[in-house]
Ligand binder design. Structure first.
Ligand code: FES
Length: 227
């Protein structure tokens, strides 16, 4: 039997073979929390999934919360809210699950990511400069999509400067390289969230950011990014 979208195979099977056993429970789930807006509801669900240590449920509600505009910081806060009940081990395990999802905005130390967040810290020995293309390759479109170290990056030239940000929108993974560029602002082609290329901050939702990277352009036009 195929997996029903958004629910476990086990639950779908129970619904099929013992509908009366789960109908009340499912109704309860449908109706509970209806006075909460979806983002808050999904953040609370994250807390419960950390306490229950349910990796699949946790992944599901992290994605849903992000899709409703929750920021990575809010997700981490939700995980930490589980601490008094779940304890440190479950909190750390939950963070491992989230890091394994490789979502924009969640990077483990040493895995590269947002250079702005690293300000004031000593440069890690693991930091490295990686060539991602040349100014010439940016072409008239003034953009380039590259995949480096298992991550998609978008390279833009705006107002004479080169910027590198995560290629996937933190909302629903829209391809930012295909977004409209206006000054130093790129607009996601899927739902039109706008991001500042310098800070990565989402202008529609300041709690959300896309990862930004330190860039160096060599005299010969090569573009290097610090991961
Ligand atoms: S995917 Fe929705 S705004 Fe980018």
């Amino acid at each position: 039997m195929g997996k029903a979208k958004g629910k476990s195979r086990g639950l779908a099977y129970l619904q099929q073979v013992r509908p009366q056993a789960v109908s009340h429970l499912l109704r309860f789930f449908r109706e509970s929390g209806q006075h909460l807006e979806p983002r808050t509801r999904f953040l609370i669900s994250i807390v419960t999934k950390v306490i229950n240590l349910s990796p699949r449920g946790l992944q599901q509600y992290v994605r849903r919360a992000l899709a409703e505009g929750a920021s990575p910081d809010e997700i981490i806060d939700a995980v930490l809210c589980a601490y008094p009940c779940a304890g440190l081990t479950k909190v750390v395990d939950a963070l491992d699950v989230i890091l394994d999802m490789k979502l924009p905005g969640f990077e483990a130390p040493g895995e590269g990511g947002d250079s702005t967040a690293a300000e004031g810290q000593a440069a890690s020995a693991e930091d490295e400069w990686v060539e991602v293309g040349t100014r010439e390759e940016l072409g008239e479109a003034e953009r380039l999509e590259v995949n480096v170290a298992d991550r998609s990056l978008a390279v833009f030239e705006a107002d004479g400067e080169v910027f590198v940000i995560d290629g996937l929108c933190p909302h629903r993974s829209g391809p930012l390289v295909r977004g409209q560029l206006q000054g130093k602002t790129v607009t996601c082609p899927l739902h039109q969230w706008q991001f500042d290329l310098e800070s990565g901050v989402c202008q529609d939702n300041p709690g959300v950011r896309v990862g930004t990277y330190e860039v160096r352009v060599e005299d010969d036009g090569r573009i290097l990014v610090k991961l």
